[in-house]
Design a protein around this ligand. Structure first.
Ligand SMILES: NC(=O)c1ccc[n+]([C@@H]2O[C@H](COP(=O)([O-])OP(=O)(O)OC[C@H]3O[C@@H](n4cnc5c(N)ncnc54)[C@H](OP(=O)(O)O)[C@@H]3O)[C@@H](O)[C@H]2O)c1
Length: 432
C-alpha cells in the first residue's frame, strides 16, 4: 500500500488556499513483492530491494520493487482474468469519468479509488451518479496492476516514480509526463520536473499517433503513459495528416471548450452567472497546451521526412482557446496556410490514408458539432480546401472528458495491456 494522502499533502503549490496545514508523518507502508516465475529474483532481504527514496520537505518515501508479470495484461490461459486498477483523483471530473468507464470494462477490476483525506467514503457522496457502483474512496493507493492518475499538474510527478517502481503501469492524465524536454515544465507549468530522467521513457498516450510505443510498454518494467490534454487531442488529430505531409506553412488554432475542461474545483469565473450566454477568449498568447501541440506536430513532420517547422508552421502554433457556455465538448478549428497549393482530392486521400480503420476517428463531410460525440470516445474530423483563399480548414471535435481525457486514457491502457483498443469504450454518443 502506498500512503497517498501523506505524500500529496506535501504539495504546497497545489494546496487549496486557506486549507489547514496537514501534519507530515512517516510512511511505514511497503509494497508487497509479487514474484513471476522465470524472472530473476530481486536483490536484498526477503527477495526485495529498495528502489527509490524521495525527499520533499518533511516527506520521505521508501518503496520496494516487486517482480512485474510481463507481458502486461491477461494471459492467454486466463480468459476471464481482470487487470487490477486503482484511480487516484477519483473525486474530480476526470476521475469520475474513469470510474464510469472502467466499471463497465470487461477486463478490469477496480481495486481502489483514491482521494485526499478520504477514509472508506462512498463515491456516491462525491459523485451521486456513481453511487450504484458501491465503490469507496480511500487515502491509500492499493496494490494494483495499473494506476490512473487524475491530479493537478505537479502532483503526479512527485508520486509516479514510486508508483512505477512497484511495477504498476501508470497512466497519468495530467501534463507531468507529456513533454519530453524538462525545460518545458518551468516554462509552461511553472515547476521544475522532479524526475526529468523519466520523461524520455514516458509515452505520449495518443494511440492514433503512438500505438507502437504504447504496445512496447507491455514488456517494460517501467510503463508510464502521459495521456494528452483535451485541446491537443482534438487539434493533433485534426492536423496530423497535414503535419506528416509537411504541409503546414502557417497555423492558427481557434478552439472552444465547455466548462468541465477546467475541473470541478469551484472558481468564480466558472460560475453560471459568469459563463452563461457568454463566450470569452482566455490563455491569450500562451496557453500551456501549446507545448505538447508543438512537440507532437514537429515530431510528425520529422517522421514524414520534413523539417520540424513544416508540422507547426514557421512561427509556431498560434492557439486561442475560448470558454463557451456548455458542460462538455471541445471544437478545434485549425486554419492552415499550406506550404504549397493543395486541393480537396489530395486532402481526402491524406486523411483517409491516416485514419482508415481507426475505431474512434471519423471523417465527416459536414462540419461536426460537439453534440455529435457527447459521452463517446469518438473524434469527428472535417477537412476542407478553400479554393478562394488557398487555406486548409481542419476541424476536430471531441468530448473533453472522454476522448480528451478518461476514454483516451482507457484506450492507451488497452494498448499497453494487449487488449482490443475499443474494450470498455464502445458506447455511442448521447443525443440530443
Ligand atoms: N477536465 C478535463 O476536461 C481534462 C481533460 C484532460 C486532462 N485533464 C487533466 O486531468 C487532471 C484532473 O482534472 P479534473 O478536471 O478532473 O480536475 P478536478 O475536477 O479539479 O479534480 C482534481 C482531482 O485532484 C485532486 N487534487 C487536487 N489537488 C490535489 C493535490 N495537491 N494533491 C493531490 N490531489 C489533488 C482532487 O481531490 P480533492 O477532492 O481532494 O480536492 C480531485 O480528485 C488535471 O491534470 C487536468 O489538467 C482534465
Amino acid at each position: 500500500m502506498h500512503d497517498y494522502a501523506w505524500v500529496l499533502y506535501s504539495h504546497a503549490r497545489n494546496e487549496k488556499p486557506g486549507s489547514p496545514a496537514r501534519p507530515a508523518r512517516p510512511s511505514r507502508t511497503r509494497v508487497a513483492a509479487r514474484e513471476r516465475p522465470g524472472l530473476p529474483r530481486p536483490r536484498g532481504r526477503a527477495g526485495r530491494a529498495p528502489v527509490s527514496t524521495t525527499t520533499g520537505g518533511s516527506v520521505r518515501v521508501a518503496l520496494e520493487r516487486r517482480a512485474v508479470p510481463l507481458p502486461r495484461g491477461p494471459r492467454a490461459d486466463m480468459q476471464n482474468a481482470r487487470i487490477r486498477v486503482a484511480i487516484v483523483g477519483a473525486t474530480g471530473y476526470v476521475g469520475a469519468e474513469l470510474v464510469r468507464l472502467l466499471t463497465r470494462h470487461p477486463h478490469v477490476e477496480i481495486v481502489g479509488l483514491v482521494g485526499r483525506g478520504r477514509s472508506q467514503e462512498p463515491i456516491g457522496g462525491t459523485h451521486i451518479h456513481l453511487d450504484r457502483t458501491g465503490l469507496h474512496v480511500d487515502a491509500t493507493v492499493p496494490d494494483a496492476d495499473a494506476v490512473f492518475l487524475a491530479l493537478p499538474h505537479g502532483a503526479a510527478a512527485e508520486i509516479v516514480p514510486e508508483l512505477a517502481a512497484t511495477g504498476a503501469a501508470i497512466i497519468d492524465l495530467g501534463p507531468d509526463f507529456r513533454l519530453r524536454d524538462a525545460a518545458d515544465y518551468p516554462r509552461w507549468y511553472g515547476f521544475e520536473h522532479p524526475r526529468p530522467g523519466l520523461l524520455a521513457r514516458a509515452v505520449y498516450g495518443l494511440p492514433e499517433l503512438h500505438r507502437g510505443e504504447l504496445a512496447v510498454l507491455r514488456d517494460e518494467r517501467t510503463a508510464i503513459v502521459g495521456a494528452p490534454g483535451c485541446y491537443p487531442t482534438a487539434t493533433l488529430l485534426a492536423l496530423a495528416p497535414l503535419a506528416r505531409a509537411g504541409l503546414i506553412g502557417d497555423l492558427v488554432v481557434d478552439a472552444k471548450s465547455g466548462v468541465s475542461g477546467a475541473g470541478r474545483e469551484p472558481k468564480q469565473d466558472l460560475m453560471f452567472g459568469e459563463v452563461n450566454e457568454s463566450v470569452k477568449a482566455y490563455g491569450v498568447g500562451g496557453h500551456r497546451h501549446v507545448a505538447e501541440m508543438e512537440q507532437e506536430l514537429a515530431a510528425l513532420a520529422v517522421a514524414g521526412g520534413h523539417g520540424a517547422a513544416a508540422g507547426l508552421g514557421s512561427d509556431g502554433v498560434d492557439f486561442l482557446p475560448h470558454l463557451v457556455p456548455m458542460t462538455r465538448g471541445i471544437l478545434a478549428a485549425c486554419h492552415v496556410r499550406p506550404t504549397r497549393s493543395v486541393g480537396q482530392r489530395e486532402l481526402d486521400a491524406l486523411y483517409v490514408d491516416a485514419y482508415e480503420g481507426e475505431p474512434f476517428v471519423h471523417l465527416v463531410t459536414q462540419p461536426p458539432a460537439t453534440k455529435h460525440v457527447l459521452g463517446s470516445n469518438g473524434c469527428r474530423i472535417h477537412v476542407r480546401a478553400d479554393e478562394r483563399t488557398g487555406r486548409v480548414l481542419a476541424i476536430g471535435v471531441i468530448d473533453n472528458l472522454v476522448k480528451g481525457a478518461a476514454g483516451q486514457a482507457v484506450q492507451a491502457f488497452n494498448a499497453v495491456h494487449g487488449l482490443p483498443e475499443t474494450a470498455g469504450l464502445e458506447q455511442l454518443p448521447l443525443a440530443p
